[in-house]
Ligand binder design. Structure first.
Ligand code: ATP
Ligand code: MG
Length: 398
C-alpha cells in the first residue's frame, strides 16, 4: 500500500491533517565529492509551520527535494510518523511542493489548472475539490480566467491551491514569494499563515529572508553549509543565538572576540580588547577561554555623557546616522576601529542632532548580552583574527 493511500484524518473543510511528525534521520546528500546536506536530523511537528532559513547554496532546496522524493538521500532516512518514505517515489508520498516558478498551464483556466491533478487521478469530484481549494486561497472570483490574466500574487495563490487540492500532509514551499514585490510579499505571508492555520497541514517553507521566516514560522531552523546551526521558536533564536552565524543571519549583532577572565555571581566576566564586560552565565554557550561577546543593536543606548555606574559601556565615535522613519540607525566605531550598529526608536526627536564625528558612549544592560563560541571561519575572514583575545568587531577601551 502506498503512503498516499493510507487512511488519514480530515482537517478543516475536508483537508487532511498530517498524521504524524516529519522526521529526517541523519540525512546526507553527496553530489560527486560535494556534501550538500550533511547528517541532518530534524523533527517537524505535524501541523506546524516550519521555516528553513539559510544563505544561498546551504542545502535548503536539496533538503526539500529529498522530502518530496525528487532526490534520494545518499544515506539516512525520512519518515512521516512511523511510515518510512525513504526510497519511495514522489507520487507515493503525501507531500506536495510549491516552487518559486508557478508553472501553471497557460492554456487552461484557473479552475482547470487546479482540478487537473484530481482529474488525472480519476477523482469524481475533481471540480468540487478545486473550487474548495480556490475558496481557501480567495481566488473563486477569478476561476474562469487564464493564468496570463492574473497578477504574480494571484498566480502564486493558484499554485498553492493546486498543491492543496492534492490533499498533501506536508506542503513544501521553496521560496514561493521570491518573485513578488515587498508589499505583496508581506500580504502573501499573512495569507499563507492563515491558510496553514485553517487547514492544519505541516508547512515547510524555505526562504533566505529572515524577516519572512520569523514572522511566519512556529519553528525556524537556521541552516549553514548543509547542517542546522540552531533551531527553535523565532523569538528564542533571536534572543539567544548559539553561534555567531545565527547571531548575524537572524537579525544583526554587535560581536567582539574576547576571553573569559572569571565569574561574578551569575555573570561571566569577559575581557574584550581591554574593556571588561559581563555576560549572564545562562546566556552563554561558552564558560571559559576564548568567547565571542554579542549584543543586539536595539539593546544598545547611545549617550553623549559617560553612563554612571553601569559597567557595561564603551566610548565610540559616530560614523553614520541614517533615519528610517520609525527608527534611526547609528554606525559607530570604537577606538579599536570596530564598527557597531545602534538602533534607536524615534521617540525623542532631540536626539537626532548627532552627526558623524561626534563622541558618544554606548551602554547596554548586561542581561541582554550573550556569549557564543569564537567562529574560526568568521574570524579568519576578519582583518585581525590572529589572536582570539583581540577584537575583530568589538568594544574597546578608550
Ligand atoms: N544536482 C546537483 N549536482 C551537484 N551539485 C548540486 C546539485 N544540486 C545542488 N548542488 C549543490 O548543492 C548545494 C546546495 O544546493 P541547494 O540548491 O540545496 O541550495 P539552496 O540552499 O537551496 O540555495 P538557494 O538559496 O540559492 O536556492 C549547492 O552548492 C549546489 O551547487
Ligand atoms: Mg534553493
Amino acid at each position: 500500500m502506498s503512503v498516499f493511500s493510507s487512511a488519514r484524518g480530515k482537517g478543516s473543510r475536508g483537508f487532511r491533517q498530517a498524521q504524524g511528525d516529519l522526521h529526517l534521520d541523519a540525512v546526507t546528500k553527496v553530489f560527486g565529492d560535494f556534501t550538500a546536506v550533511d547528517d541532518l536530523t530534524l523533527d517537524v511537528p505535524r501541523g506546524s509551520f516550519f521555516a528553513l532559513l539559510g544563505p544561498s547554496g546551504c542545502g535548503k532546496t536539496t533538503t526539500l527535494r529529498m522530502v518530496a522524493g525528487l532526490e534520494q538521500p545518499t544515506s539516512g532516512r525520512l519518515l512521516i510518523g512511523d511510515t518510512d518514505l525513504t526510497g519511495s517515489r514522489p507520487y507515493e508520498r503525501p507531500v506536495n511542493t510549491v516552487f518559486q516558478s508557478y508553472a501553471l498551464f497557460p492554456h487552461l483556466t484557473i479552475r482547470d489548472n487546479v482540478s487537473f491533478g484530481p482529474k488525472r487521478r480519476g477523482e469524481q469530484d475533481a471540480v468540487r475539490l478545486a473550487d474548495e481549494a480556490l475558496e481557501l486561497v480567495q481566488m473563486t472570483h477569478l476561476a474562469a480566467r487564464k493564468p496570463s490574466q492574473l497578477s504574480g500574487g494571484q498566480q502564486q495563490r493558484v499554485a498553492v491551491a493546486r498543491a492543496l487540492v492534492n490533499r498533501p500532509e506536508v506542503l513544501l514551499l521553496d521560496e514561493p514569494l521570491g518573485a513578488l514585490d515587498l508589499k505583496l510579499r508581506r500580504q502573501m505571508q499573512v495569507e499563507l499563515k492563515r491558510i496553514q492555520t485553517e487547514v492544519g497541514l505541516t508547512f515547510i517553507h524555505v526562504t533566505h529572508d529572515q524577516e519572512e521566516a520569523m514572522t511566519m514560522a512556529d519553528t525556524v531552523a537556521v541552516m549553514n553549509l548543509g547542517h542546522i546551526e540552531q533551531l527553535g521558536h523565532p523569538e528564542v533564536l533571536y534572543d539567544l543565538p548559539k553561534t555567531s552565524f545565527v547571531a548575524n543571519f537572524l537579525g544583526q549583532s554587535n560581536l567582539g572576540n574576547g576571553v573569559v577572565t572569571g565569574t561574578e555571581g551569575t555573570n561571566l566576566v569577559v575581557e574584550v580588547a581591554g574593556t571588561t564586560v559581563r555576560i549572564p552565565k545562562a546566556r552563554s554557550s561558552v564558560s571559559e577561554g576564548p568567547i565571542t561577546f554579542g549584543v543586539r543593536p536595539e539593546k544598545v543606548r547611545i549617550t553623549e555623557t559617560q553612563p554612571v555606574g553601569g559597567g557595561n559601556d564603551v566610548k565610540a565615535t559616530v560614523v553614520d546616522v541614517s533615519f528610517s522613519g520609525v527608527a534611526t540607525q547609528f554606525l559607530v566605531t570604537t577606538p579599536s576601529g570596530a564598527t557597531w550598529a545602534v538602533y534607536e526608536q524615534n521617540l525623542d526627536i532631540e536626539r537626532n542632532h548627532l552627526r558623524p564625528g561626534d563622541a558618544v558612549w554606548l551602554e547596554w544592560n548586561s542581561g541582554h548580552a550573550f556569549g557564543v563560541p569564537v567562529d574560526d571561519a568568521a574570524a579568519a575572514a576578519g582583518a585581525d583574527a590572529a589572536d582570539a583575545a583581540s577584537p575583530t568587531a568589538s568594544v574597546d577601551a578608550s
